[in-house]
Design a protein around this ligand. Structure first.
Ligand SMILES: [Fe+2]
Length: 309
């Protein structure tokens, strides 16, 4: 087993790279590279890319897999010995680096990567001291805002609906060190575990409440990709820009109970959901797993009701 440190990028199949770039740019990603076959988009953090849109004119559009960041080159050697793993190979794509390829029990690709190029960070817009009711931080200055699309920092989590739920929990846990933040039981019988919010094991270092959320379903698909933005105001600025550019909204703006993150969800031109998130709970490896009813995953501290109801 290795302990991955984060999700590095998602790979999405699209029938039209121009349309994909327009959506992703409006969403708040920035082009890092583009070839005839694929588009590599980055956030303001230093990863060369956190999103690959791959041209596939015939196939089904949507999520095909993710990359997880290995902590060291030695970890690539370890994971290359796992059953079904490829040998270590140089990545023949912009940003370079090395990877080991696996396939999860749901059939999605999982690349374990190390050594992909890092870029200079892009300055984050619209950060300024706040004057809250009880704490005045911006004194003597007028607030300044830059309009335009939102600004995504990084890919933070992937949510997968899977038919082979237990196999997937075992796969991601036993091979890559994912641990459970919230195990969720079926509201009907009060005990069958039907979903699992999983985080990276970073030891004493705090990490996102969930990097991977697996939910048992009668279909296998990516439910959404979680893309981190700076704060609540960044979610609002991004959300207004998406509405103004006529993209399809799903649910938000709200604050989840599980993970505590602020969220707002938008659909790409082919129906894949992309979620802005901010201010998620950060847990270390010692935090105990919570046992929660699965209905709680759709409960918010505040925000509009879930659109499926
Ligand atoms: Fe999410």
């Amino acid at each position: 087993m290795i302990k991955v440190t984060d999700v590095q990028y998602a790979r999405i199949s699209v029938p039209d790279l121009d349309l994909a770039e327009e959506f992703l740019t409006n969403l708040g990603l920035v082009r890092s590279a583009r070839t005839v076959k694929a588009l590599y988009m980055r956030g303001s953090d230093t990863d060369h890319h956190c999103y690959i849109a791959e041209l596939n004119e015939q196939g089904q559009p949507g999520y095909t897999g993710m990359a997880l960041a290995a902590a060291s080159a030695e970890d690539l050697e370890t994971i290359a010995k796992a059953e079904g793993a490829s040998p270590i190979e140089a990545i023949d794509e912009p940003g370079g680096g090395n990877r080991v390829r696996l396939t999860d029990p749901a059939g999605f690709g999982v690349d374990i990567v190390f050594g992909i190029q890092q870029l200079s960070p892009i300055p984050v817009k619209n950060i300024q001291p706040q004057n809250t009711g009880s704490d005045r931080q911006r004194l003597g200055n007028r607030a300044q805002f830059t309009s335009g699309p939102g600004q995504i920092k990084r890919l933070g989590h992937v949510v997968l609906f899977v038919e082979k739920f237990e196999e997937c929990v075992e796969f991601y846990g036993s091979l890559f060190g994912f641990i459970s933040s919230d195990k969720m039981f079926d509201d009907g019988d009060g005990e069958t575990i039907v979903s699992n919010f999983m985080r990276c094991d970073r030891g004493k270092k705090h990490t996102d409440h969930h990097t991977l959320y697996l939910k048992a379903m009668t279909e296998t698909r990516c439910h959404h990709l979680g893309l981190e933005v700076e704060d609540l105001e960044a979610v609002q600025i991004a959300s207004h820009y998406m509405a103004a550019t006529d993209h399809k909204h799903n649910w938000g703006i709200g604050r989840h109970v599980v993970g505590s993150n602020i969220f707002d969800q938008w659909l790409d031109p082919w129906g894949l959901m992309h979620e802005y998130f901010a201010d998620m709970d950060m847990l270390d490896a010692a935090t105990p797993t919570a046992l929660t009813a699965v209905s709680e995953s759709l409960v918010t501290h505040w925000g509009p009701p879930h659109p499926y109801f």
